[in-house]
Design a binder for this molecule. Structure first.
Ligand code: BGC
Length: 450
């Protein structure tokens, strides 16, 4: 694959991304809409979670979507990833609520009216409670129910969708809901976990065809949680083999089960780097290294910050010879200067991967807004835009301005590189280049630096 020569590089120029690159942010319905009362998560939260960890009104996007879409437009984003909520549209087995379908038609249209490309996710972790009561994704019938749902919504929504995501992170549901038991239905059963992955793979294959039946030229894929894997001790052959096997089963299994031909593109959610070692509780079996013990730089979720991980994953997945979207990437942090640094560091790696031949078509930051972070509730702050939950006020963080400039320039301006390797504050970097620094810095500092 071609790598640009030093002669072609312009060290002080903006690092330009390919023409037509999509710059957006991602959200999911249950995490932002609020009052998703017919879903399995709602029922589970009410049953087992303390009040502060229940989704409640979330970010009230069900009612505030116009305001939120104005924001993303102001910040120069040209694409948006969001999901529809199955439990709203089909609150009872076989009974579809046309009012809710119309609601989503309005939402999608209001994005298109702003000239925003729409990436729509059809399933993002939640299911209707009636389906959960008969076993959810562990029940093979869930595949047919999902087919019925998708057959119903695609013709209604297709006019305003550009890119379809069938499923979000299928293996994360099996892991969190059926292996670790941290998410509903809180099982810890390997066989159940495998069945869930299997059924989700069947569901993807079926609905891939259904979407193409209605929209022959559709772009259809999944958003998979893809981590980078490494041996903790590079000299260890067995750690090398174990990390290779982990990479196959965690990163590639879903593509093996569904077949490469049912993906028009690859949607990659990148958050994690994992190390495998034999120094865990038993030295006979490999285990994940506890990042906290390594004292590496981590996000508020305790996830390692390793920008080059996204480069490695992109180069690896380039071997599928498919277009790639980064469908999610971001960090939980209450320190927005870190978010700016994270953003620039990861985007620079994506830029280099593109230079090295990766066919990356777009980047969706997780997330547009602070939102309901599943079992962790509202404390983790992932948003480019802060949400004050007491008032539902939206307060753009400096990182929203940084991302805005990148989207506008379709690239990373050289001065933004100051974020890398420096503990600079966002306002120092932004004000330094802004035509009216005083006014601009005043604006961002009002919310964040007083
Ligand atoms: C999920 C999101 C989640 C984000 C941060 C992804 O795994 O798709 O729903 O909020 O990661 O944890």
């Amino acid at each position: 694959m071609p790598i640009s020569t030093p002669k072609e590089r312009h060290d002080h120029a903006t690092l330009k991304f390919p023409e037509g690159f999509l710059w957006g942010a991602a959200t999911s319905a249950h995490q932002v809409e609020g009052n998703n009362t017919n879903s399995d998560w709602w029922a589970w939260e009410k049953k087992v979670q303390p009040p502060e960890k229940q989704s409640g009104l979330a970010a009230d996007q069900y009612n505030r979507y116009e305001e939120d879409f104005d924001l993303l437009k102001t910040f120069n984003q040209n694409a948006h990833r969001l999901s529809i909520e199955w439990a709203r549209i089909e609150p009872k087995d076989g009974e579809f609520d046309h009012h809710e379908i119309e609601h989503y038609q309005k939402i999608l249209k209001s994005l298109k009216d702003r000239n925003i490309q729409v990436m729509l996710t059809l399933w993002h972790f939640t299911i209707p409670q009636w389906l959960a009561e008969i076993g959810g994704w562990e029940n093979h019938k869930a595949v047919q129910y999902f087919e019925r749902f998708v057959s119903r919504v695609v013709p209604e929504l297709q006019d305003n969708v550009d890119i379809w995501i069938t499923l979000n992170e299928p293996q994360v549901l099996s892991y969190m809901g059926y292996l670790t038991g941290r998410w509903p239905p809180q099982k810890t059963n390997k066989w159940a976990a495998f069945k869930v992955t299997w059924n989700l793979a069947q569901a993807h294959k079926k609905v891939y065809k259904i979407i193409h039946k209605f929209v022959p030229n559709a772009q259809v894929g999944t958003a998979c949680n893809i981590g980078s894997w490494d041996a903790f001790h590079h000299h260890s052959i067995r750690e090398g083999i174990a990390s290779y096997l982990a990479d196959i089963t965690q990163n590639h299994l879903f593509y093996i089960l569904t077949g490469k031909d049912t993906h028009d593109f690859l949607g990659l959610n990148y958050y994690f780097n994992h190390y495998i070692s034999f120094n865990g509780e038993s030295d006979k079996w490999p285990s994940l290294v506890d990042i906290a013990l390594t004292k590496k730089d981590v996000t508020d979720m305790g996830w390692e910050i390793l920008p080059e991980g996204i480069f490695n994953v992109l180069m690896d997945f380039s071997d599928y010879h498919k277009p790639i979207y980064i469908t999610e990437n971001g960090l939980a942090s209450t320190n927005d200067d870190r978010r700016c640094r994270y953003l620039i560091s990861y985007l620079k790696e994506i830029y280099h991967a593109i230079q090295a031949g990766a066919n990356v078509k777009g980047y969706f930051h997780w997330s547009l807004l602070d939102n309901f972070e599943w079992a962790d509730g509202f404390n983790p702050r992932f948003g480019l835009v802060e949400v004050d939950y007491a008032t539902q006020k939206r307060i753009p963080r400096p990182s929203a301005y940084v991302f805005s400039q990148i989207a506008k320039d379709n690239g990373i301006a050289h001065h933004l590189m100051r974020f890398i390797g420096h503990t600079v504050k966002a306002e120092e970097v932004l004000c330094y280049r802004h035509p009216d620094p005083k006014a601009f810095c005043g604006h961002i500092s009002k919310a964040h630096y007083q």
